[in-house]
Ligand binder design. Structure first.
Ligand code: HEC
Length: 439
C-alpha cells in the first residue's frame, strides 16, 4: 500500500495536480528569473507580482506598508567600534544543568552549532555590515534587516514581508534568535535550506526578496571600499567570495544568542524549571507550571515540543500543529515540508520555532494568521484541527485533537509566562544594531 492511499485526503488530488501545484509554488517562491541588469525604480511587474507571490496562499490581508526609511542609506559608511565587539557567548549554567529534576530536555551545549563553526569577532562584524547594507538588493532599498528587525527579535511585524518592488513574501518572516542551537541544521519554515550557510545566500537571489544574482552580489560588495578592510580582518585578505559572504552572515546570526530574559534570571536561582521562580508573579509561576505539565496531568503540555530549556525546537524540527484540516478540494494554503520532500507524511508540517522573545514576534504561525498570544493559546486550547499528520502531542487518548479546556485565568497565566521569555538586552544589544547610522 502506498503512502498516498493511506492518506485518503491526498487521494483526492491526482498526483499530476499535486505536481503542478508544487511546481507553481516553487516558481513563485524561489526561482531566479535571471535578474542581471540593474532596474532603477523597479520593474513594471511589481503590482501583479505581489498577487502572484501569495497566489494559493492564505487570504491576503493588506498590511500597513513598512515605512522604515532606507532612503539615503546607500551612500552611508558603517560606524564601527575601533576594536570589534566581542561576539563570543558563555552559555549560562542553567541551560546545561536543567536535565536534572526537570522535564526531559537536552543540554544546550550539545545543540550548539558554533562549536563546529566558530564565531569570530571580525567575522560577525563583517556579517553585521552585510546584514544591514541596502546596496545588496537590486534597487538598493531592501536588506536582511528590512524583514528581520532587531526589536522584533529579528522577525518582521508585517504579515508578509516586503521585498524589492514591494513584492510580499509568501510566509511570515522568522526570528533569528538562537538559530545557533538549531541542531537539525535545516532552515526555513519547510526546512528547504540544508544549512544556515546555504540559507543566508538565498534571499539575495530570491526575485521577491533582494533580486540580485550571485555575480551582482559580489560586484555590489566590491563597489564599496570599506569592505576591503572588513574582509581582510575577517579572512586574512580582501578577496570577496560567496563562501566568505555566507560564512560572515552565518557567524553574525550564530552570535545572536538570547538567554538573558526574566525566565533565565529566575531559573538561575532555582534547581529545576519546575520550582517556583522567586522573581515571578503568581500568575507567571502558574503559567510556567501549566507550560511544563503534560496535558494528561492537567497541564497544557507545551514543553513536549520545545525540547531544550531555551524553548528551541522540536526533536524532529518539523511538526503539524493542527492549524488547517486537510482540504477536500486540495487547494491547501501551504503544504509546508511536503513542497520540499514530496512526501505526503510531510504535508502541513512546519519548523517549530523558538519561543524566545515570542512577545515581540507577532504575527504568529508560518502565515502570520494569529495576531496575539491569546489567539495562539485559544488555538491550542480548543482550535486544533484533525489532520493525518497532526503531532501526536496534540492528540487525546482516542486519537482526536486535544481539547485542553483551560479557564480564562489559566490562559492569561500562560500568556504571562510566555512574556517572561522576552530578553530586552538582546532586543537592544548594540552588537546587533544598525551600523549605517546618519552622519
Ligand atoms: C523580503 C523579506 C526578507 C529579506 C530581505 C530577508 N529575509 Fe530572511 N526570511 C524571510 C521570510 C519570509 C522567512 C521565512 C521564509 C520561509 O520559510 O519560506 C525568512 C527566513 C530566514 C531564515 C530562516 C530562519 C529559521 O529559523 O529557519 C534565516 C536564517 C534568514 N531568513 C536570514 C536572512 C538573511 C541573512 C537575509 C539577508 C541576506 C534575509 N534573511 C533577508 C524574509 C526575508
Amino acid at each position: 500500500m502506498s503512502a498516498l492511499s493511506e492518506r485518503p485526503w491526498l487521494a483526492w488530488a491526482p498526483p499530476v495536480l499535486v505536481a503542478v501545484l508544487v511546481v507553481a509554488a516553487l516558481q513563485v517562491g524561489r526561482s531566479d528569473p535571471g535578474v542581471g541588469d540593474e532596474v532603477a525604480g523597479g520593474s513594471p511587474a511589481a503590482g501583479s507580482g505581489a498577487e502572484t507571490a501569495t497566489a494559493g496562499g492564505p487570504a491576503l490581508t493588506v498590511d500597513p506598508v513598512d515605512t522604515t526609511p532606507t532612503t539615503g542609506f546607500a551612500q552611508r559608511e558603517p560606524t564601527l567600534p575601533a576594536e570589534p565587539f566581542a561576539y563570543g557567548t558563555e552559555l549560562p549554567a542553567h541551560v546545561d544543568d536543567g536535565a536534572v529534576g526537570g522535564p526531559p530536555h537536552q543540554p544546550l551545549s550539545a545543540l550548539d552549532t558554533a562549536r563546529a563553526a566558530p564565531v569570530t569577532d571580525d567575522g560577525a562584524t563583517l556579517g553585521r555590515v552585510l546584514f544591514y547594507d541596502v546596496n545588496l538588493s537590486v534597487n538598493r532599498t531592501v536588506r536582511c534587516a528590512s524583514c528581520h528587525v532587531q526589536v522584533h527579535s529579528f522577525t518582521d511585524p508585517l504579515l508578509f514581508s516586503q521585498g524589492v518592488d514591494g513584492i510580499r513574501t509568501r510566509r511570515n518572516s522568522m526570528s533569528l534568535a538562537n538559530a545557533r542551537f538549531n541542531a537539525s541544521g535545516r532552515f526555513l519554515w519547510d526546512e528547504a535550506a540544508p544549512s544556515l550557510g546555504a540559507q543566508v545566500l538565498m534571499p539575495f537571489v530570491d526575485p521577491f526578496e533582494m533580486g540580485l544574482t550571485e555575480q551582482l552580489l559580489l560586484d555590489r560588495i566590491r563597489e564599496r571600499a570599506f569592505y576591503r578592510t572588513l574582509f581582510a580582518n575577517a579572512f586574512g585578505d580582501d578577496t570577496v567570495t560567496l563562501e566568505r559572504v555566507s560564512s560572515a552572515l552565518a557567524q553574525f546570526i550564530r552570535a545572536m544568542v538570547s538567554l538573558d530574559s526574566r525566565y533565565d534570571e529566575g531559573r538561575a536561582r532555582v534547581g529545576s524549571p519546575l520550582d517556583e521562580f522567586p522573581n515571578f508573579s503568581p500568575a507567571e509561576n502558574e503559567g510556567k507550571e501549566l507550560f511544563f505539565t503534560p496535558s494528561i496531568d492537567g497541564g497544557a503540555g507545551c514543553a513536549s515540543c520545545d525540547v531544550s530549556e531555551a524553548q528551541l525546537t522540536s526533536p524532529s524540527g518539523l511538526d503539524n500543529n493542527g492549524l488547517d484540516p486537510p482540504t477536500e478540494v486540495f487547494v491547501p494554503p501551504d503544504l509546508g515540508a511536503f513542497e520540499v520532500t514530496g512526501d505526503p507524511a510531510d504535508a502541513g508540517r512546519f519548523r517549530v520555532p523558538s519561543l524566545r522573545n515570542v512577545e515581540v514576534t507577532a504575527p504568529y504561525m508560518h502565515d502570520g494568521r494569529l495576531t496575539t498570544l491569546e489567539a495562539v493559546i485559544d488555538h491550542y486550547d480548543a482550535g486544533v484541527q484533525p489532520h493525518e499528520n497532526l503531532s501526536r502531542e496534540l492528540l487525546d487518548g482516542d486519537g482526536r485533537p486535544l481539547r485542553l479546556g483551560l479557564t480564562g485565568d489559566q490562559k492569561a497565566a500562560l500568556v504571562a509566562f510566555l512574556k517572561t521569555l522576552t530578553d530586552d538586552g538582546f532586543l537592544t544589544d548594540e552588537r546587533f544594531s544598525e551600523p549605517f547610522r546618519a552622519p
